[in-house]
Design a protein around this ligand. Structure first.
Ligand code: HEM
Length: 468
């Protein structure tokens, strides 16, 4: 499959984006039957379609080759800096446009060149202790996730060994929330309001601006404390890797982290469980074959948690698909749509022995995800423990009636109603080898005071209910 390389084409044969973008991105099909929506766009416009994103026109890249091409950006055409948005410079983006807090966040996702490289190196180094599975911090984190998963399942099944549950509110969302406190070094007793605000920002609702400000202020307090007294936590490790990070920069990155762990990873957990239960894409067969990473790949391909990536801006006029993108136009690449491109679907087989890793759910190129191993480790444990401890798990709604969130960025469920039966002889989580366990426990103790057990689980469950 040949990526379509940008070509100079001085004479656009079509009206400008503002006159073309009449299709609203958010619509009933986008939420509940995205394949039908993208197919319609593809039939009408080809691999790039003009759309209206909450009142603002943008190009939506829906072809696989074009999406990969924009992500890789080998010709340096695409900027992540909002200052390159023509409308923004002209002051004609409405002040209350719900996605402004995201594109103005100034974190590493919205930097270019050396500015971006500096922050990305800090991230790679800072995440290493948690992503390198030979490190004590990573081992301690995995043990904690396993324990959180077991505690959540125990609480979920308190009403009886069989029953009804919402696996989004009672499992997939609270589990990674409990990880945020460990990464920030505050313990798992995170701030309840923080998570509610996080949801408000990710769903780009009317309260997004205030929520974003509050979220940043809370995370900034934690980062200031880490700058004064570094510990064995993510903000301190980022600082150690890039001592010139300012307090503001660190707070922005950690605020982004709360979204990536608390919301996006929770969404991947939920989408993975859903994919197994629906069983149409080979995820169930992969699970039966014990190939959880492949189950996650299948789920990420079918419903990438980041369905659309929050904007790039063209630095020069460039041809993409059938259109001439003008310098300063906003472009949204859509992993969700790219995965439905016949050019991609034809190359993936439902058979679980074939890998589907060519998906774009982690992006690619200079802004590719740096936390993939961490997100995969958390999701693997979550899925493994759930299917080990429950002997029967079924959707309580027909698959086509599942309630999807209405978000320009995230593809995830508002709830995942299931019926379950506990396995009678559920194996307890395996302890690590003695030396490792000691090391891990020691690391866990040093890093983060951990409020373990039913209290924490109940508190996190309460706040997840509040935020939905
Ligand atoms: C299932 C969970 C996750 C998914 C699907 C995911 C996916 C992505 C994607 C698609 C991007 C590119 C965004 C864009 O270009 O607009 C990205 C960027 C990034 N991700 Fe992840 N991510 C996940 C979890 C995490 C976690 C847990 C961390 C770290 C704690 C992380 C760290 C990052 C960073 C630092 C970037 C910015 C890189 C840059 O812009 O240079 N991600 N992620």
């Amino acid at each position: 499959m040949e990526p379509q390389t940008p070509q100079a084409d001085p004479a656009p044969a079509h009206p400008p984006l503002d006159a073309l973008a009449v299709q609203p991105l958010l619509n009933r099909d986008y939420e509940s039957r995205p394949a039908a929506f993208y197919e319609r766009l593809r039939a009408e416009y080809g691999p790039v379609a003009p759309v209206d994103v909450l009142g603002v026109p943008a190009w939506l890249v829906i072809g696989y080759a074009q999406t990969l091409d924009v992500m890789r950006d080998t010709r340096g055409i695409w900027s992540r800096r909002v200052e390159n948005w023509r409308r923004y410079r002209e002051g004609s983006v409405p002040a209350d446009w719900p996605m402004l807090p995201v594109v103005e966040s100034g974190n590493s996702a919205f930097r270019d060149g050396a500015d971006s490289t500096r922050l990305r190196s800090a991230w790679s180094e800072g995440l290493r202790p948690f992503q390198d599975r030979t490190r004590p911090e990573a081992k301690a984190l995995e043990q904690a996730v396993r324990r959180y998963a077991d505690e959540l399942i125990t609480v979920l099944a308190e009403s009886g060994p069989a029953g009804w549950a919402d696996l989004s509110a009672q499992y997939a969302r609270p589990l990674p929330l409990m990880v945020i406190g460990r990464l920030l070094g505050t313990g798992a007793d995170g701030d309840d309001e923080l998570i509610i605000d996080l949801w408000r920002v990710m769903d780009a609702g009317p309260e997004a601006r205030e929520a974003s400000d509050r979220l940043l202020a809370r995370v900034a307090d934690v980062c200031a404390a880490r700058m004064a007294a570094p510990g064995a936590d993510l903000p301190s490790y980022l600082l150690a890797a890039a001592p010139d990070l300012t307090a503001e920069e660190l707070a922005r990155e950690m605020s982004m982290m709360t979204g990536l762990v608390g919301d996006v990873t929770g969404t991947l957990i939920c989408n993975t469980i859903t994919e197994v239960l629906i069983g149409e894409t080979g995820a169930r067969a992969s699970l039966s074959a014990g190939m959880i990473p492949e189950v996650i790949n299948r789920a990420a391909a079918a419903n990438p948690p980041m369905a659309n990536l929050a904007f790039r801006w063209a630095k020069a006029d460039v041809r993409l698909g059938r259109f001439q993108i003008a310098a300063g136009d906003p472009v949204m690449v859509s992993p969700a749509a790219a995965h439905l491109d016949p050019a991609f679907t034809a190359s993936t087989a439902p058979d679980p022995i074939y890998s589907s890793r060519a998906h774009l759910a982690w992006s690619a190129g200079p802004h590719a995800c740096l936390g993939r191993d961490l997100a995969t480790a958390i999701t693997t444990i979550a899925v493994e423990r759930l299917f080990e401890r429950l002997s029967s798990l079924r959707l309580a709604l027909p698959a086509d009636q599942l309630p999807w969130r209405s978000s320009p960025l995230i593809r995830g469920l508002r709830s995942l109603p299931v019926t379950y039966e506990l396995a009678g002889d559920a194996p307890e989580p395996q302890p690590a080898a003695p030396a490792d366990a000691e090391e891990a426990a020691e690391a866990a103790e040093q890093e983060a005071p951990d409020e373990s057990g039913a209290n924490l689980v109940r508190r996190v469950l309460r706040m997840v209910r509040l935020s939905s």
